[in-house]
Design a protein around this ligand. Structure first.
Ligand code: CO8
Length: 261
């Protein structure tokens, strides 16, 4: 296994990979080497056939308090443009396996955007989401303005991005940023995320990845195109052995034994 400096990787369940951002003194500020490690760990988990779902979490007081402000402070436009500054953040959107974010504490700026790039967000009551870039002389750059607008609408997105106000876990839940809040307690939200990962791991990987693909298409395609895409992928499921297994098992009143084929 790879040695990392800014993240920890583990396997709390045989089929669930856990990635923990491990720069707690800097509230997991997402410096470039941290993101490079995160991308590598995600790619490794995606390529490992024994992994069915990935949980991403923070440490200490933060999920992540944003891109590393100290690293960004002196960057010039020409350098940012030529070096494609932080463009590799989007690499994780090409991961096929479901990624569950377990958010406790601060998820700000790039940290909020990182959570939004995951597929399911679970939050503890301590979670705080925000896009405070405007307070430090910039704007969201990792998709916050676009993904939030699609999830919570224009007015709330404008308020968050224009004022930089942090919203509570309860607001994030009421607004649909997170799928649900997990009860208070050290590590509870990670435990719950791992349990969700384990549940997903009991399905066929092909079908779980197909779900991810079609749901994500809803953000890119109009309804007609999206429905057509879903139907095509749905039809193609009949080409999988796991479809035959799943439906035969139902008819025979037994638990399916999926082989990811
Ligand atoms: N970058 C660098 N260091 C940070 C960051 C950060 N984003 N956030 C916290 N830290 C560091 C602090 O500098 C401090 O370090 P030190 O101990 O060496 O002084 C340590 O973490 C602890 O932080 P605080 O002492 O500030 O802790 P407080 O409890 O007083 O405050 C806050 C917590 C409110 C979260 C505060 O730290 C804060 O406001 N942080 C910055 C939040 C922020 O503005 N985030 C947005 C950053 S910009 C961004 O993310 C743009 C994304 C672009 C993505 C583009 C992709 C293509």
């Amino acid at each position: 296994t790879t040695e990392y400096n800014y993240i920890l990787t583990s396997r709390p369940e045989p089929a669930v990979a856990l990635i923990t951002l491990n720069r707690p003194k800097a509230l997991n500020a997402l410096c470039s080497p941290l993101f490079a490690e995160l991308n590598q760990a995600l790619r490794e988990a995606d390529a490992d056939s024994s992994v069915s779902a990935i949980v991403l979490t923070g440490s200490g007081r933060a999920f992540a308090a944003g891109a590393d402000i100290k690293e960004m402070k002196d960057i010039q436009f020409a350098d940012a443009y030529k070096n494609r500054f932080l463009e590799d953040w989007a690499d994780m959107t090409r991961i096929r396996k479901p990624i569950i974010a377990a958010v406790s504490g601060y998820a700000l700026g790039g940290g909020c955007e990182l959570a939004l790039m995951c597929d399911i967000i679970l939050a503890s009551p301590t979670a705080k989401f925000g896009q405070p870039e405007i307070n430090i002389g910039t704007i969201p750059g990792g998709g916050g303005s676009q993904r939030l607008a699609k999830i919570i609408g224009k007015s709330r997105t404008m308020e968050m991005c224009l004022t930089g106000r942090m919203i509570s876990a309860q607001e994030a839940s009421d607004w649909g940023i997170v799928s649900r809040l997990v009860k208070e307690g050290e590590g509870e939200v990670v435990k719950e995320a791992i349990a969700v990962g384990k549940e997903i791991a009991s399905k066929s990987q092909i079908h779980a990845q197909a779900v991810k693909e079609v749901v994500n298409a809803a953000y890119d395609l109009n309804l007609t195109e999206g429905l057509k895409f879903e139907r095509r992928i749905f039809h193609s499921m009949f080409a999988t052995k796991d479809q035959k297994e799943g439906m035969s098992a139902f008819a025979q009143k037994r638990t399916p034994n999926f082989t990811n084929e």
